[in-house]
Design a protein around this ligand. Sequence first.
Ligand code: FAD
Length: 335
Amino acid sequence: MDLAEYKGIYVIAEQFEGKLRNVSFELLGQARVLADTIGDEVGAILIGHNVKPLAQELITHGAHKVYVYDDEKLENYNTTAYAKVICDFFNEVKPNVFLVGATNIGRDLGPRVANSLQTGLTADCTGLAVDDDNKTIVWTRPALGGNIMAEIICPDNRPQMGTVRPNVFKKPEADPSATGEVIEKTANLTDADFMTKFVELIKMGGEGVKIEEADVIVSGGRGMNGPEPFTGMLKDLADLLGGAVGASRAAVDAGWIDALHQVGQTGKTVGPKIYIACGISGAIQHLAGMSGADCVIAINKDEDAPIFKVCDYGIVGDAFKVVPMLTEAIKKIKG
Ligand code: FAD
């Protein structure tokens, strides 16, 4: 393989019901940083039906080129068909790097593409950099239960691939004056490329704000002692602030709240403006999911709880007393 032939850092843009996922913008921002370091260009691949209008948004957030595969057959995500489109794209355009969001779809699609192209993929990355010596991408991810950070490279094969967790990188500001090229492509698909059939979309997690997208998260841990606070006092405070309810794994494992709300290494990585941790000790695996929060407020009755080492504001006290007081005080301020 002549590595010099492979050019461009490409984000596999993810959209759902005609709206681009935030992680696609976050990846474009970081792709731009990497591309500027190695003197390469940034591209995006957009797949779906009636998605062409979204291409401009990708350009204003950093893409120089957007390849659009707009086809009725691609309206709903389909693992084998989407993977075929991306593999065909790779064989034609020869990109150097594929960045994929570590979303449910990205975690399904990325490994399938990597396997088909016989290349490596680093899953669930929390950092991306460039190796000074050979200009390959250095993919960072937690390993051994979060106790070490592994740096992984893919020196001999192309594309270099990784899935990157949402909220690891900040979404770049849109530049309305940015210009780029939109290239419309035709997906070369037959019925045999669809190994599964879309039957029905069943949405999980209700209509509320999703923790991945929330500006405020009120999270509860084992200290909440049962399911009631998650639908009661924590939700009341979250609703008042226009936010979402999160949870530690201990609370999820106890069955007090659905796993969709879990924050941490085996849960979601979140990046809210405010993260309120109630009855959460601050285990390293929990911190791995919320250390991107701008401001952390911890409420814990143990003054030695590790969460107090990482928070911006700490309240030593019983969450069952503090949270309702906080809610009342904010209600008064809001009038
Ligand atoms: P605890 O550690 O038991 O802490 C409960 C806290 O509540 C204590 O600090 C206590 O002082 C406080 N408290 C009790 N009552 C009150 C009260 N009335 N008011 C105020 N405070 C009170 N964990 C995650 O969260 N997310 C993950 O994704 C995750 N992934 C993991 C992956 C691996 C491979 C492993 C090994 C572990 C993982 N864990 C994860 C588990 C993690 O190690 C901790 O066990 C877990 O985070 C602890 O949850 P907790 O803080 O709610 O419970």
